[in-house]
Design a protein around this ligand. Structure first.
Ligand SMILES: NC(=O)C1=CN([C@@H]2O[C@H](COP(=O)(O)OP(=O)(O)OC[C@H]3O[C@@H](n4cnc5c(N)ncnc54)[C@H](OP(=O)(O)O)[C@@H]3O)[C@@H](O)[C@H]2O)C=CC1
Ligand SMILES: CC(=O)N[C@@H](CCC(=O)OP(=O)(O)O)C(=O)O
Length: 301
């Protein structure tokens, strides 16, 4: 049987490089490599797209939109890691609904979820589906992330400027209240109201913790989430009694762990995972496996 041919547009970037390194270990795929000097040459990239059965876009939003036009007229399937198509293409979160895997399998175009959005949706969507919260609820989420979430430029900033004490403390951003993940958080979760969202970046490489508080019975929240994910190989739910949750606890894995803490009146739910794992590369490989008919968790860790 011919091995599926895979092209990664943006293979020198943070997300693209990690997908490339991980797929190099797979003997059931053939990788299409592009010379470093040609990586922004539209003609060379077009040739790569034409040869590929499936391509990953690991590019800034505008470049991802342009890349789709380079692949036009081909039968190449595309997984876009950028924000550009997340509210228009099939959403690449297989655990979302019972029919989401089928949608991903049959799609030509799949949008890989945003990292913060992955944690947010994994908590809010099942609670709305179970009618535990209403779609018009006002939700405030905050999310801690490592600096690799900001790609090459942020990595350079944190690793290049060791003298800057400000970078050694957590920083709130998204202060315009228009973080780029808010539209997908709202649409995919099924909220009629825009959520409030506070992202926080800190001085560590990878790992994240998305947290949301509710005035609900913690046991009831746990039961709903546990039921929603009981058959999902990459998502676990725990009723916790931890004193601390560390934002990099799930680094270098492709799993997502939901912790429910609280009492009869108040609940905090935290989604712990790797921004580059289930938040990006791991999810992208999971989607690729589904789209190409491989075992879903092949090559995941
Ligand atoms: N980092 C993360 O945790 C996550 C990132 N994402 C998304 O994945 C995408 C890639 O992010 P990330 O890997 O972090 O970003 P990086 O900045 O690390 O990498 C982007 C890559 O795209 C290349 N590039 C930029 N413009 C073009 C162009 N016009 N044509 C071809 N190549 C181009 C860059 O080239 P050059 O080498 O010259 O800089 C770079 O290699 C983004 O949309 C990001 O939002 C999604 C989830 C998580
Ligand atoms: C630290 C940092 O800047 N993180 C990025 C998110 C990275 C990511 O997942 O965003 P996309 O998938 O949408 O590209 C941010 O908050 O904008």
């Amino acid at each position: 049987m011919n091995k599926p041919k895979i092209y990664i547009d943006g293979q020198a970037g943070t997300t693209g490089l990690q997908i490339l390194e991980r797929l190099k270990e797979r003997e059931d795929l053939e990788l299409i490599l592009i010379a470093q000097a040609d990586r922004k040459d539209p003609e060379k990239r077009k040739e790569c797209f034409a040869k590929a059965d499936l391509a990953f876009l690991c590019l800034p939003d505008q470049a991802a939109i342009e890349a789709v036009s380079l692949a036009e007229g081909t039968s190449t399937k595309i997984i876009d890691a950028s924000t550009a198509h997340r509210t228009s293409w099939v959403y690449g979160f297989p655990e979302l609904d019972p029919d989401q895997r089928k949608k991903i399998k049959e799609a030509k175009y799949v949008a890989n979820p945003g990292c913060h959005a992955t944690g947010f949706i994994s908590i809010v969507h099942p609670l709305i589906q179970a009618n535990l919260i209403k779609p018009d609820i006002s939700i405030h989420a905050f999310s801690l992330t490592g600096y690799s979430g900001g790609g090459k430029s942020m990595i350079q900033q944190y690793e290049g400027d060791q003298e800057n004490d400000l970078l050694k403390s957590p920083a709130i951003y998204g202060l315009s209240m228009q973080h780029k993940h808010i539209p997908e958080m709202q649409k995919i979760s099924g909220l009629s109201r825009k959520p409030l969202f506070t992202p926080i970046v800190d001085d560590y490489y990878n790992g994240m913790l998305v947290s949301i508080q509710f005035e609900l019975d913690a046991r009831q929240v746990f039961e709903v989430l546990n039921k929603a994910y009981q058959d999902q190989p990459l998502i676990e739910v725990e009723f916790g009694n931890n004193s601390f949750l560390y934002a990099n606890a799930m680094r270098n894995t492709d799993h997502l762990k939901l912790y429910v803490h609280g009492n009869e009146e108040q609940t905090i739910v935290c989604a712990s995972f790797d921004n580059l794992g289930k938040g990006a590369c791991g999810a992208a490989i999971q989607n690729m496996n589904i789209m190409l008919g491989f075992e879903e968790t092949k090559g995941l860790r």
